[in-house]
Design a protein around this ligand. Structure first.
Ligand code: 5GP
Ligand code: ZN
Length: 143
């Protein structure tokens, strides 16, 4: 698969998203790849980068295919757009059941936002909310 012809699988959710038959929060698109928010994010930023053609797993990418390079380049752009290129992010691919793959349309996960800075911002917001609740509790109901 090196000519990058667009090929869909009728029972694949990511093929349906690519064709616009299922909704997704799209963040990036070029001639070969598309990226959208993971439906169940495990981090504040959790984006899936997929080839626009149906390729089940990383094992199915031909040795001379430039696709993985293009997925890497898409990740660079998305990380920059989300402002995490410098602070850092993880890019990983689950391969087959033993590797944790659930959706059999090749995808790279781009996850970020679990860094120490984000943790302290969240902790500060949480503390402020708790403090306000405590103050209003101590003051009692308004008359
Ligand atoms: P895997 O375990 O196959 O590497 O990851 C599949 C990912 O796809 C999971 O993180 C899951 O939350 C996500 N996912 C599953 N179904 C949908 C869907 O319909 N839309 C979107 N945007 N993500 C999905
Ligand atoms: Zn597919």
């Amino acid at each position: 698969m090196n000519n990058h012809m667009t090929d869909y699988s009728s029972d694949c959710i990511f093929c349906k998203i690519i064709q616009g038959k299922l909704p997704a929060r799209k963040v990036y698109e070029d001639d070969l790849t598309m990226a959208f928010w993971d439906a169940n994010p495990t981090s504040p930023i959790h984006i899936l980068i997929v080839p626009k053609t149906h390729i089940p797993t990383l094992n199915d990418v031909a040795q001379d295919d430039t696709l993985m390079c293009r997925i890497g380049q898409a990740a660079q752009k998305i990380a920059k757009d989300f402002g995490v290129a410098e602070s850092g992010y993880r890019l990983f691919i689950n391969v087959n059941r033993g590797g944790g793959q659930v959706v059999f349309h090749l995808h790279a996960h781009l996850v970020a936002g679990n860094d120490v800075g984000t943790f302290f911002i969240k902790a500060a917001i949480g503390t402020a909310i708790l403090w306000r609740k405590l103050v209003s509790f101590v003051k009692g109901p308004k008359r």
